[in-house]
Unconditional design. Structure first.
Length: 235
C-alpha cells in the first residue's frame, strides 16, 4: 500500500481518498443516523462509520440516499451478492463529482464502502486495485537482492533508497552487504540537529575514499533531502 500512496501523491483528490480508506475510524456509535437502515443489517459501529463517511465532501448525496431510503434495495443487494463490486450504489457520482472523470478516485470510493459494509471482500478488491494502479506483477514481486543494485552499474551519484514497513529496520542488510563486498560504511540516524553535520562529514569522507554512507530515517527531514541532492551533484 505504501507504493500506492507514493503513486497517488500525483493526484491530490485520490491521495485524500486513499488516506480516508487507510484511516481507522473512531466512530463507534451513530449520533443521528438511524440504526435500522438497510433493514437493520448493520452493526452499530457500521452505522456510525456510514454516518461519518456521509459527512465527507467526497460522498455528497450519500446521506440523503440513506435517510430517504430511496435505494435501500440496491444497498441490500450489494451486501448480499457474492460478486458485488459492480453493484455498489454510487449516489455521489453525479454532475462534477471527481468519480465521474477520475476512475482511480471512483475505485477508492468503492473500496471505502467495501471496508465498512463488505470487509470480507476487501482483500480481493484491494489486490485488483493495486494491480490496476501499479501493474499486474506488483503483488508477486520477487525478493530484492541488494547485491544486484550495489554492483558496478550503480553510480555513486545515484543513491539507493530503501523503503521498509514501519518498525522494520533494514539497515542490517546494508551492514551484511558491506561485509560481503569488503566495503567500509558509516551509518547516520537522521532526526537530531547534530546528525546533519555528521551526515555531511561522512559523505565528504566517503566521496574521497569510495566508502558507503547509510542515512537512516530520512523521512524525518524531507527539506534536508533537497539539500542532500544538490550536495551529491556537486561532489
Amino acid at each position: 500500500m505504501r507504493l500506492a500512496q507514493i503513486k497517488l501523491s500525483e493526484d491530490p483528490i485520490s491521495e485524500e481518498l486513499f488516506d480516508i480508506f487507510m484511516r481507522s475510524s473512531t466512530s463507534l456509535t451513530p449520533a443521528v443516523m438511524s440504526a435500522d437502515i438497510f433493514d437493520s443489517r448493520l452493526s452499530t459501529t457500521q452505522v456510525a462509520q456510514m454516518e461519518e463517511i456521509a459527512e465527507s465532501i467526497h460522498f455528497k448525496g450519500l446521506k440523503d440516499d440513506i435517510e430517504n431510503r430511496t435505494s435501500e434495495d440496491k444497498w441490500i443487494n450489494f451486501m448480499d451478492d457474492q460478486g458485488m463490486t459492480h453493484l455498489i450504489p454510487e449516489p455521489w457520482r453525479v454532475d462534477e463529482d471527481c468519480s465521474v472523470t477520475n476512475e482511480v478516485a471512483r475505485q477508492l470510493k468503492k473500496m471505502i464502502m467495501l471496508k465498512i459494509l463488505r470487509p470480507d471482500r476487501l482483500i480481493a478488491v484491494s489486490r485488483a486495485f493495486l494491480q490496476a494502479l501499479l501493474g499486474e506483477n506488483i503483488i508477486n514481486i520477487n525478493p530484492v537482492e541488494l547485491m544486484d543494485f550495489a554492483g558496478p552499474a550503480i553510480s555513486p551519484y545515484n543513491p539507493i533508497m530503501l523503503v521498509s514497513a514501519p518498525g522494520y529496520d533494514a539497515s542490517y542488510k546494508v551492514e551484511l552487504l558491506a561485509k560481503q563486498k569488503g566495503t567500509k560504511y558509516v551509518g547516520v540516524a537522521i532526526g537530531s540537529p547534530e546528525a546533519f553535520g555528521q551526515a555531511d562529514k561522512a559523505i565528504n569522507v566517503a566521496s574521497k575514499n569510495g566508502t558507503w554512507v547509510l542515512l537512516k530515517n530520512v523521512h524525518l527531514a524531507p527539506a534536508w533531502l533537497a539539500d542532500l541532492e544538490k550536495k551529491i551533484y556537486n561532489l
